[in-house]
Design a protein around this ligand. Structure first.
Ligand code: AMP
Length: 216
């Protein structure tokens, strides 16, 4: 199955993406995670995007398509993939379609995370992640099972995203409303969009997704 996770920052794409990776045994490609790794590694791409990301703007389509193009051809995605944070505008959606056609693949399902502004802000203000493996947590909704220890890799080193501050979040929301949200209609017209009520508890969202994925 080839899945796109579509929704505003903080709507639960990362958490549910990690859940889907395990339940469907297919891998996730998070453009945000890849870019953060590039920044961490101090690479050329990292240096180019650091300021753009910290201000909450979108990175160029050129850089993003290079990342997507070089990942989608990898062996680990032959049985499917979950795209998290991509596409983020109509041009990226069309470039993805052209790329997939070349690879003889198709998007099977777009999961749209519908969430109210109040829940969204609460999620973003309380989220953090494992500095070693990137697993995501939330001080209110999703604490590690063993206190201060990552469930996935056992690391005790956690971080808060640099762009999870009020200025950057409001700029990311503006970018989302103007450029990304219109993609919901684009995929709805292709009849592959399914909406999830992301105001609900994490487990309930996972259950709803499970049903949607089963029904295709
Ligand atoms: P995310 O982790 O998906 O919220 O992404 C963090 C930041 O990385 C975004 O605010 C953008 O600056 C950048 N980014 C991630 N994915 C994309 C994309 N598909 N197109 C443009 N910029 C992106």
């Amino acid at each position: 199955m080839n899945i796109i996770l579509l929704g505003p920052p903080g709507s639960g794409k990362g958490t549910q993406g990690e859940y889907l990776e395990k339940s469907l045994n297919i891998k996730r490609i998070s453009t945000g995670d890849i870019l953060r790794n590039e920044i961490e590694a101090g690479s050329e791409i990292g240096k180019t995007v650091q300021d753009i990301i910290s201000k909450g703007y979108l990175v160029s389509d050129e850089i993003i398509m290079e990342i997507i193009g070089s990942n989608l051809v990898l062996e680990e995605y032959v049985n499917g993939f979950i795209l998290d944070g991509f596409p983020r505008n109509l041009d990226q959606a069309k470039l993805l379609e052209a790329l997939l056609e070349k690879l003889n693949k198709k998007i099977s399902l777009v999961l749209f995370f519908a969430i109210s502004d109040q829940v969204l802000i609460e999620r973003i203000c309380n989220r953090y992640y494992c500095a070693k493996c990137g697993a995501s947590y939330n001080k209110i909704f999703k604490l590690p099972i063993v206190s201060d220890q990552c469930d996935v890799c056992g690391s005790k080193d956690f971080k808060v995203r640099e762009d999870d501050n009020i200025e950057s979040v409001s700029s990311r929301m503006q970018q989302y409303r103007a450029k990304t949200e219109p993609l919901a209609l684009y995929y709805q017209n292709k009849d592959i969009l399914r909406s999830i009520n992301s105001d609900q508890a994490v487990d309930k969202i996972s259950k709803d997704i499970e049903i949607l994925v089963k029904n295709g």
